[in-house]
Design a protein around this ligand. Structure first.
Ligand code: URA
Length: 204
């Protein structure tokens, strides 16, 4: 398997360009394209998801599908300006299995997360966010390592050698997976509450 070599001059544009031809793991063979992060360099917040979904893979932009709508609504409710939020993923290719005409999301393997990590490191080096928000277990694993337990430390400000100040919360797609509307509302309210906390951490 090839490894990532980052461009000599790091900028979001140079990273994005180099990532488009990434062959560091096999996911590129099946995905439509690399979905790199988006937002301004020096954004105050960096939000890290797991990997692009079906819609993101086709559009080439992160968080533009159903989970993205939940995320953007919750950010607005928490008072985080989208212009202040750089949005990206731990893994930058969509991993899926085909079931008939549907492409079903598959959790990335550790080896794929590790292969993709240099791109996230590059983004962190350029953006230097005040706070990184890990959305879900894969992002938390990537940023905080295998010992971090999201269920125990959700919403807490923690430090990461990779990313400085980090807060982990649930992934917005976990809200969409709730069985009934009561639990969806409850989970969504908890997510907004975590993002409100993130807004405070990011301004401190
Ligand atoms: N889920 C993610 O983790 N990232 C996206 O970009 C979309 C859905």
């Amino acid at each position: 398997m090839a490894t990532v070599s980052l461009p000599p001059r790091l900028s979001l544009a140079s990273l994005r360009k180099a990532s488009a031809t990434c062959r560091a793991c096999d996911l590129y063979k099946y995905a439509t394209q690399t979905v790199f992060g988006e937002g301004k360099a020096r954004a105050r917040f960096m939000l890290v998801g797991e990997q692009p979904g079906d819609k993101e893979d086709l559009a080439g932009h992160p968080f533009v599908g159903p989970a993205g709508r939940v995320l953007h609504d919750a950010l607005a409710e928490a008072g985080i300006d989208p212009a202040d939020a750089y949005v990206t993923n731990a893994v930058k290719h969509f991993k899926f299995i085909e079931r008939g005409k549907r492409r079903i999301h598959q959790k990335p393997k550790v080896i794929e997360i590790q292969a993709c990590r240099p791109w996230l490191e590059g983004e962190l080096t350029v953006v230097k966010p005040q706070l990184v928000v890990a959305l879900g277990a894969t992002a938390a694993y990537t940023l905080l390592g295998p010992k971090f337990r999201l269920t125990q430390h959700r919403g807490e400000l923690v430090s990461s050698p990779l990313a400085g100040r980090v807060m982990a919360t649930v992934h917005p797609s976990s809200i969409l997976r709730q069985r009934d509307s009561d639990s969806r509302h409850r989970e969504y309210a908890g997510f907004v509450e975590d993002l409100r906390r993130a807004a405070e951490y990011g301004r401190a």
